[in-house]
Structures are given as structure tokens and as C-alpha cells.
Design a binder for this molecule. Structure first.
Ligand SMILES: Cc1cc2nc3c(=O)[nH]c(=O)nc-3n(C[C@H](O)[C@H](O)[C@H](O)COP(=O)(O)O)c2cc1C
Length: 359
């Protein structure tokens, strides 16, 4: 049997296969209140009925100023928790695991979704001043305000509350977004963290924000729920965050209660060259796997069943995440099973012919 279709368990939770849907922002909370709607239900739901082992909801803001755009999903209040419930229920009814990526955009907050405008949303429209580890702006975005030490500590509590809210909403797996140049990544990288308090300076201090979030979440959500961290394992800059530094931080996170590391790259700064190509982030996942005694996933231009299977067969990578491929084909996991000659018992009953005549 193809490894892609072997089950995998993390803590108390088992995934029916190793194809997981990567988090994808939908920018579709039309009332700009972070409350998800039918779009999110249909989008995530169709990927669950498409056979994925796990469906991860988009980067979901832990508080209002953590949204990338005014249309982002949130999970900081009760109305948002209630709106997520039918989404998680449907995902689970299809045999998939319901996961959520918790996020704060930091200095990359308050920008337009691509079909509503360009660049930063000004304060005079529905925009806001972002907060960050630093007061240096991301090029052409609103200038952030550097968080005080007390505010950083308060934020850790808000991340933990968002994890508690996620469990209430029915999510079975939680991922912390520490990648792509968003707030946690801004703390991790020496390029965007010049702080002189306990959250800046040494590698350990720069990682403190994340490690404290992991510790707080693990304590709050108990032992059953898997906690994942998505990293950008390199800034593609000689003075930036590196795969060695990432592996070290992943070890600290593992000790603090994180279970699996979802390895991506880039997004912190502009003007760097990213070697984009088929499976281009796989070597980074393998390197983290070599350094940390925990499962890892790979993502990025994995677009073919044989390619996905080969990655699992020839590396120590445990999970394949797909994003754009699943936008083109929500049923890709079922297609991949067919291509690899695997019989799965999770074709939706509604899509089998049953006892009706063929035509
Ligand atoms: C529409 C879209 C939205 C995305 N939103 C997120 C997000 O919310 N969080 C995140 O970590 N990555 C996000 N990504 C990145 C994907 O999760 C994934 O890492 C990337 O697209 C590479 O995988 P792929 O080649 O399979 O698309 C997004 C990608 C796309 C295409």
C-alpha cells in the first residue's frame, strides 16, 4: 500500500491518510468582523469530502489587529466561535480532521485582499496601525508600533485564549503560524527583532514569544490535541533565520508541548531569491527532521501522486501538505488513491452509483 494512504496518529488523533490541506486565506468575511460564513463551509467542506486526511482552516486571527486584511477570519470572540462550529462539524462528518491555523500578522497586517485594492489599507479607510517586534515597516505597508514588554506578555495570553476558543469551536488540531514574515516570525528573525528586553537578543530570547505560546496552549488545551508549528525555515538571507536556528527553536517547542513541524520558507523580507521549483521546500523539512525527534510535513509545489509518494518513501517526512493543487482539484486525494492503485473506503456515498441504473 502506498505510504501516502497509511494512517498516522499524533497524540490522541488519527488521520486516515497523509494528505493534509495546507492553510489558505480566503479573505471572505464580508462584514469585516472575522465571522466565517457559507463560503468557508463549502470551501473547507469540499476538501474534506475530497478525501484529505486533515483540512486546515486559513490563518485565523487571534485578535483584530492580527488580521492580514479586514476580510480575514478570526477566533477572538463568541460569535466567531459559533460560526466555526458548522464548519468543523461538516469536516468531521466527512472523516477528515478539522484543524485551524492561529495567526497574528504583525507588521504585515492591514492590507487589501487582491480583488479589493493594492497594498496597505490606510487608517482613513478600514485599516489600522500594525504592531510588531519592531517599528520598521514592511516595504510599502503601514508603519508598525513596537510592542512593549507588557504588551508582548498580554499577547501570549490572547494566543492561548484563541486556542481555547478553537477547541470550543470543534477543532481537533491547532497550528501556530510562525512563518511567512508574520508576527511570530518577526520575533524569531534577527532581521526584524532588535529588541533589548527578554524577547530580543539571543536566539533563546527571540524564540521566547513562541515557546511561551506553545507552553501556555499545551497547558490550556490538555494532552489530547496535537499542536503544530509552521515555520519559515529560512529567510533566504545570510543574516536571517536559518534552518539550523529553526531546528533549534523546533526542539524547544517540542519540549514545550508542540508535536509536529510544518516547514515552509520565506516571506519576511522582499528582494531575496527563492529557488521555487517542484518540491523545493522538501530539503528544509528533511533537515529539520534530522535535527528534531518529531514528525514533520512538507509543502510547496507537490503536485503529483507519484512525487508525493516518492517524498514519503525516500525521506523521513511524514505528511504531504497541498494548497494550490487542492484549489484546482478539491478531490485530489481520491484521484491520487486511484492513480496509486489504492482502494479507499471514503468515496462519498453520494458519489457512488449505488443501486440506481446507470442512466
Ligand atoms: C490562496 C492561498 C492562501 C494562502 N494562505 C495561507 C495561510 O493562511 N497560511 C499559511 O501558512 N500559508 C498560506 N498559503 C501558503 C500555502 O499554505 C502553501 O504553503 C503554499 O501555497 C505552497 O504550497 P502549494 O505549492 O501546494 O500551493 C496560502 C496559499 C494560497 C495559494
Amino acid at each position: 500500500m502506498a505510504k501516502l494512504f497509511e494512517r498516522i496518529s499524533v497524540r490522541g488523533i488519527t488521520s486516515r491518510n497523509r494528505i493534509w490541506i495546507a492553510p489558505m486565506c480566503m479573505y471572505s468575511c464580508e462584514n469585516k468582523d472575522g465571522v466565517v460564513n457559507n463560503w468557508h463551509l463549502v470551501h473547507l467542506g469540499s476538501r474534506a469530502s475530497g478525501g484529505a486526511g486533515l483540512v486546515m482552516a486559513e490563518a485565523t486571527a487571534i485578535r483584530p489587529d492580527g488580521r492580514i486584511s479586514p476580510w480575514d477570519a478570526g477566533i477572538w470572540n463568541e460569535e466567531q466561535v459559533e460560526a466555526w462550529k458548522p464548519v468543523t462539524e461538516f469536516i468531521k462528518s466527512q472523516g477528515s480532521l478539522a484543524a485551524i491555523q492561529l495567526a497574528h500578522a504583525g507588521r504585515k497586517a492591514s492590507v487589501y485582499r487582491s480583488w479589493s485594492g493594492d497594498g496597505a489599507v490606510p487608517l482613513s479607510a478600514d485599516g489600522w496601525q500594525p504592531v510588531s517586534s519592531t517599528n520598521e515597516a514592511f516595504p510599502e505597508y503601514n508603519t508598525p508600533r513596537e510592542l512593549s514588554t507588557a504588551e508582548v506578555k498580554e499577547l501570549i495570553g490572547q494566543w492561548v485564549q484563541a486556542a481555547i476558543n478553537s477547541v470550543k469551536a470543534g477543532f481537533q488540531v491547532i497550528e501556530i503560524h510562525a512563518a511567512h514574515g508574520y508576527l511570530v516570525h518577526q520575533f524569531l528573525s534577527p532581521l526584524t527583532n532588535h529588541r533589548s528586553d527578554e524577547f530580543g537578543g539571543s536566539a533563546q530570547n527571540r524564540a521566547r514569544f513562541l515557546v511561551e505560546i506553545v507552553k501556555g496552549m499545551r497547558q490550556a488545551i490538555g494532552e489530547e490535541i496535537p499542536l503544530l508549528v509552521r515555520f519559515s525555515a529560512t529567510d533566504y538571507h545570510p543574516d536571517g533565520f536559518t534552518v539550523e536556528a529553526c531546528s533549534e527553536v523546533a526542539r524547544w517547542c517540542h519540549e514545550a508541548g508542540a508535536d509536529l513541524f510544518d516547514i515552509s520558507s520565506g516571506g519576511l523580507i522582499t528582494g531575496v531569491k527563492i529557488p521555487v521549483g517542484p518540491g523545493y521546500q522538501v530539503p528544509l523539512s528533511q533537515e529539520v527532521s534530522d535535527q528534531v525527534d518529531a514528525p514533520v510535513s512538507a509543502v510547496g509545489l507537490i503536485t503529483d501522486a507519484k512525487q508525493a509518494e516518492e517524498i514519503l518513501q525516500t525521506t523521513d517526512i511524514d505528511i504531504i501538505m497541498i494548497a494550490r493543487l487542492s484549489l484546482r482539484d478539491p478531490y485530489w486525494p481520491l484521484r491520487a488513491a486511484h492513480e496509486l492503485g489504492v482502494q479507499v473506503n471514503y468515496w462519498p456515498n453520494q458519489y457512488t452509483r449505488g443501486t440506481y441504473p446507470a442512466n
